[in-house]
Write a protein that binds this ligand. Sequence first.
Ligand SMILES: Cc1cc2nc3c(=O)[nH]c(=O)nc-3n(C[C@H](O)[C@H](O)[C@H](O)COP(=O)(O)OP(=O)(O)OC[C@H]3O[C@@H](n4cnc5c(N)ncnc54)[C@H](O)[C@@H]3O)c2cc1C
Length: 367
Amino acid sequence: MSTYTASATLDFPDIWQEFQNITDLLCAHNMEHEPRKDAAFFSSPLGTALLVPENGQLHIHVTANQPASFNRLKHDLTILIDFITQPKTIEFDWAGDAIGATYPPDLRILDVLETAHPSPGIRRIRFRGENLAQYAVPDQIHCRLMFPKTHGKHSQAQWPKLDDNGKIIWPEGGKLASRIYTIRKIDILAGTLDIDFVIHKSPGPGISWAMAAQPGDSVGMLGPAGNGPKPASEYLLIGDETGLPGIARILEGLPTNARGNALIEVSDKSEIQILNAPQGFQIHWLCRNGDAPGTSTVLIEKLRILDLSAHSDTLFCWVGTEYTGFNDIRSYLRTEIGIPKSRLVAFAHWRRSMSEEDVIAAGSEKI
Ligand SMILES: Cc1cc2nc3c(=O)[nH]c(=O)nc-3n(C[C@H](O)[C@H](O)[C@H](O)COP(=O)(O)OP(=O)(O)OC[C@H]3O[C@@H](n4cnc5c(N)ncnc54)[C@H](O)[C@@H]3O)c2cc1C
């Protein structure tokens, strides 16, 4: 088996300030971290990466056994580190083996099988795809969907490739919009997976595509990513409608004797779903009752009156909600309850009045 290797050195004046943020972000993207003296080593299904910070520079060395994984690994490191440094862009110039442009190894083309409405505000789409085993991982429950410009069936040639510098080569017709979603349910034997799209009023490529989707339409999927639940004596799961698919999937995967609380913000009672939760779980449905999505404080208010003191040493917390609520909840759990980073997985799923492109341009400081 061949091993492909490449290196890059980045000028990075505040590398020591950002090194922990880079490490955390890579861990949330399916990379396992092994601390080394003055360095960090990562392994993932794609290959390995060694990051060495030194004198205002970051040295990166990657290895992979498959050509497509090799380009994907360089791409992941490029975009994740670039996200941390935004609005400043860092130039990557990879030296080493060059194998030409390849399709991402995780690219799957999914076709819409059927659509449903588990509640008035959710459009559930069941997709059919091949070779989905890599996506059926309980602690990596998120994926990125790429939306073609036209509806209908699309072949592999219509999706992007990655070049030797890890850069995306878009297909003829130009860049495709993409958004992050949670895999609500996956059945690798049947070759199906479900995504619950939260219906919202501001136009965006994700919701526009989902609302118009018909059986037979294709999307591209990349991933998985995420950081899911870790074994704990007590769980606390918190989310708005965009976090509900993750909470529902986590609840279904926990041992039957698991205990904890789930706090779920929805617009009103019509959005309440029947969840398959362990018996020792309390599900708290919190209605915004007229407040716009992303403006309500029902989650943090409920959180403040939960008695977490008995379990704060062993509690595992998962949070997926709008940015403002996410910030309040994360800071309450970290500073007032004392939950360490290792027992908290928290994502800002969206940000009011900002598209995903706006959020990426704003960079990690504002996330
Ligand atoms: C880890 C992760 C998992 C996620 N899982 C899911 C999931 O399973 N289901 C799901 O529906 N979303 C999920 N999201 C959120 C989803 O990616 C965003 O809502 C995304 O912005 C939707 O893209 P869009 O093209 O519809 O809107 P964008 O083009 O991104 O935004 C356009 C406008 O719509 C507003 N907007 C975006 N989302 C919402 C919303 N939910 N409610 C009200 N206004 C909104 C924005 O503030 C902006 O003003 C997840 C996000 C992350 C990071």
